[in-house]
Write a protein that binds this ligand. Structure first.
Ligand SMILES: [Fe+2]
Ligand SMILES: [Fe+2]
Length: 251
């Protein structure tokens, strides 16, 4: 069972609650632009479809594991975190509507991610989520800069800020979880996790190759940036010092 860190979890609850109902503040109703080439639009639609599905999960396993911690505030924070991921899915769905494109019902990479998360308990779930957060943060960060459609770029920019907060949220939980682990056990986690991240990077590079090509994104820069963030995240986890919702405080 995780140690009770109710006050920090309550900070995260307040952070996630302050983020609720943001769709009305994002420019989804702005007139459609014609800033993208047809090839860019087709590649972007594929990306939006993939992530609309990927972020739509109910998080039932994660919620169940969070309930077992006995920390009501952490359980509520996890509920709100899942709701925020579902909001991202909703936003991507609204962008798909702008491009008159349909959503997907299934995708092999989504099924693979779900299966990986369910191989273990709360920590495997969080480690897998954290790999996805890092990949998403870096990928949408590149896209927010490269996409000439200002509505899409604005939404992606907000997603990047949210994913940064999600990373901090999970670092706090995993820092406490790994606090009593031996160096050898941490080493095994580190390399299993790095392998998982490498697979996630490879899947994005391959599955999203059209968007990398059409928006002139560098797969090397993307991969390096994911791995660098991974190093920083794991160093922070090993210190065991929890992180509060610093992004909200900076706004
Ligand atoms: Fe997300
Ligand atoms: Fe996230």
């Amino acid at each position: 069972m995780l140690e009770s860190t109710t006050s920090l979890a309550q900070d995260w609850v307040a952070y996630f609650q302050s983020n609720a109902n943001r769709a009305g503040r994002l420019p989804f109703l702005a007139p459609r632009e014609s800033a993208l080439s047809l090839a860019q639009e087709a590649a972007l639609v594929r990306t939006l479809q993939r992530f609309n599905l990927g972020e739509s999960g109910e998080g039932s396993y994660l919620k169940r594991f969070a309930a077992r911690t006995g920390d009501a505030a952490y359980r509520e924070a996890i509920d709100l975190f899942i709701a925020e991921e579902q909001a991202h899915s909703h936003w991507f769905g609204l962008l798909l509507k702008r491009f008159d494109a349909a959503t997907l019902n299934s995708h092999w990479s989504d099924a693979l991610f779900t299966r990986a998360r369910r191989l273990g308990g709360l920590h495997v779930e969080l480690v897998t989520f954290l790999a996805a957060e890092i990949v998403g943060q870096k990928f949408f960060g590149l896209m927010a800069k490269a996409c000439a459609d200002t509505v899409v770029a604005t939404v992606f920019g907000q997603v990047v800020r949210d994913e940064s907060a999600h990373i901090a949220f999970h670092i706090g939980t995993l820092g406490r979880a790994f606090a009593g682990h031996s160096a050898a056990r941490r080493w095994r986690w580190f390399w299993s996790w790095k392998l998982l991240l490498a697979v996630a990077i490879a899947i994005v590079c391959w599955d999203q190759k059209a968007v990398f090509r059409e928006f002139d994104l560098s797969r090397r820069d993307f991969s390096r940036s994911c791995l660098l963030t991974f190093e920083l995240v794991t160093q922070r986890i090993w210190t065991g010092r929890p992180i509060g919702p610093i992004i909200r405080r900076r706004r």
